[in-house]
Design a binder for this molecule. Structure first.
Ligand SMILES: Cc1cc2nc3c(=O)[nH]c(=O)nc-3n(C[C@H](O)[C@H](O)[C@H](O)COP(=O)(O)OP(=O)(O)OC[C@H]3O[C@@H](n4cnc5c(N)ncnc54)[C@H](O)[C@@H]3O)c2cc1C
Length: 468
């Protein structure tokens, strides 16, 4: 099965002509353009969209390995958020004023996505709702203290409320949820594949030349304005790289991100059982494990639940196990059944996965290669639905040689220090990954992890890195 068949979001979207369209032709000869974009996910598509908005005459070629939106952009959990969850890290990295600037830019991105869908008449099931962070085991209770403290420090305490067990149960009555917090960040949930496919169509309508079925050869970082494909060479004044987690195997990027897999399972509809849980307002929920779980509902009464951190590609190569993996999806299914015993009899409709581009700081950024003509966005670390709108706007400005408030954002040019080789790449990394999952599972079961597991799982934190 292909990813467009295993991923329920893609399958659903592609049933509708307005999201289906015809695949575009691959590159079969040499081409020139003003801007060449690699990758047809949200980053590449928003960049193309903003380029046309800023300069309708600009000639844009976009090259996609598969079909646009068949990567994580069409397969994700559909949580549309800005950066409020990152308040402690943003303060530490950029100070209070810088943090407020990034938070405001995140607000703007979320509002930008929502406005775009409304202006284009795109029904991507958008449902505004606060996020609910929950402790799904006793060990996670209070894991939000830093967030509450950071909100207070920034004068944003109205954004967050801590909830006890009963208050959490009034939002979603899972016996596993011990306590939690509500984050009012102006976001919500949506059908990610509908958004990605609508964006693809809007780019085509705006005159972006999209070539699908066109994998590019990973470019040499020293090469200027030239992208090679099997069918021909594309030459452009500016190049934008939006290939996300795949870039973990590309020269020059191998230590900038680590590719990790996350898997989602979605149930058949069971609106009555959702009503029993009181979980009917569309609130998106996540827990506070290191390998976190994120869960939301759909308008027809399904639960979609994802689990992070189940597999790492320590060489950077992304293989088929990132798309489908019985163990990863099985973990998601077990979590649905543990959190919601009432869903044990509800069949699972689909399960799939995808790679995320984990940056050492968990913050995304826009970078430019030293020669100045290739720009890229990386490091969304599982939070890209909203931020890609922002980073695409920055990339478009960069590609046009503009300087504006977007290109002066603290996230621009702020490359985190690289991942060290061990224990984040190579053999040591697999041991760390397994230990993190083992530690999470033990804590879930109310057990104290053994000393070796604690030691190995704690290594990233001791080095000052989050693999999450
Ligand atoms: C299962 C899952 C759940 C997630 N849940 C959420 C969520 O709920 N909320 C949220 O905000 N974020 C979530 N994310 C993260 C979010 O999906 C990403 O941050 C976002 O989609 C990144 O967009 P992108 O365009 O940068 O990358 P992608 O969508 O990965 O697009 C990159 C594109 O580049 C193409 N490509 C790769 N190599 C080449 C090549 N050599 N030549 C040409 N093209 C190439 C790929 O085929 C792909 O289409 C999730 C991710 C996954 C995998």
């Amino acid at each position: 099965m292909t990813i467009s068949e295993t991923c329920w979001w893609l399958r659903e979207a592609l049933e509708h002509p307005e999201f289906r369209g015809e695949p575009t032709a691959p590159v079969t000869r040499d081409l020139t353009a003003d801007v060449a974009i690699v990758g047809g996910g949200y980053t590449g598509l928003w960049t193309a969209w903003h380029l046309k908005r800023l300069d309708p005459g600009v000639d844009v070629v976009l090259l996609e390995r598969d079909e646009c939106g068949f990567g994580p952009s069409g397969r994700n959990g559909g949580f549309l958020n800005g950066f409020y969850e990152h308040m402690p890290a943003l303060r530490e990295r950029y100070g209070d004023d810088g943090a407020r600037t990034v938070l405001a830019a995140g607000d703007d991105a979320v509002a930008g996505v929502v406005a775009w869908m409304s202006e284009h008449g795109v029904d991507a099931w958008y449902r505004p709702a606060p996020s609910l962070g929950v402790a799904s085991s006793r060990s996670q209770v209070g894991a939000w203290d830093d967030l509450v403290e950071a909100a207070r420090g920034l004068g944003l305490e109205d954004r967050i409320s801590v909830l006890d067990r009963d208050a959490v149960a009034r939002v979603c009555a899972s016996p596993s949820f011990e306590a939690g917090f509500v984050l009012r960040d102006g976001g919500g949930t949506l059908q990610p594949a509908r958004l990605a496919r609508a964006l693809r169509q809007a780019c085509l309508d705006a005159g972006v030349r999209i070539h699908e079925g066109t994998p590019v050869r990973p470019p040499d970082p020293g090469t200027v304005g030239r992208i090679e494909t099997a069918g021909g060479v594309v030459r452009a004044r500016a190049v934008v790289l939006g290939a996300n987690a795949w870039m973990a195997a590309w020269p020059g990027f191998r230590r900038r991100i680590v590719a990790r897999a996350t898997y989602i399972a979605v149930t058949e509809p069971a609106p009555d059982r959702l009503a029993d849980l009181g979980w009917t307002d569309g609130t998106g929920i996540y827990d506070l494990r290191s390998s976190l779980r994120y869960l939301r509902t759909t308008p027809d009464g399904r639960i979609a639940l994802g689990v992070g951190g189940q597999r790492g590609s320590w060489t950077g190569r992304i293989d088929d196990r990132f798309d489908t993996d019985e163990a990863g999806v099985g973990h998601a299914v077990r979590a649905i059944h543990r959190f919601f015993p009432g869903f044990r009899g509800v069949p699972i409709a689909a399960g799939w996965g995808g790679p995320i581009d984990v940056s050492p700081t968990h913050e995304p950024y826009v970078g430019t290669l030293p020669h100045g003509r290739t720009h890229y966005a990386l490091g969304y670390t599982g939070n890209g639905v909203g931020p890609t709108h922002l980073l695409g706007r920055v990339l478009a400005a960069k590609a046009l040689g503009l300087e504006n408030d977007d290109t002066r954002l603290p996230l621009v040019g702020d490359e985190p220090r690289p991942w060290p080789l061990q224990p984040f790449r190579g053999a040591g990394a697999s041991l760390v990954n397994a230990a993190v999952v083992r530690r999470d599972d033990a804590l879930d079961a109310g057990r104290r992890p053994d000393v070796l597991t604690r030691l190995v799982a704690g290594l990233p934190d001791r080095f000052g890195y989050h693999i999450g």
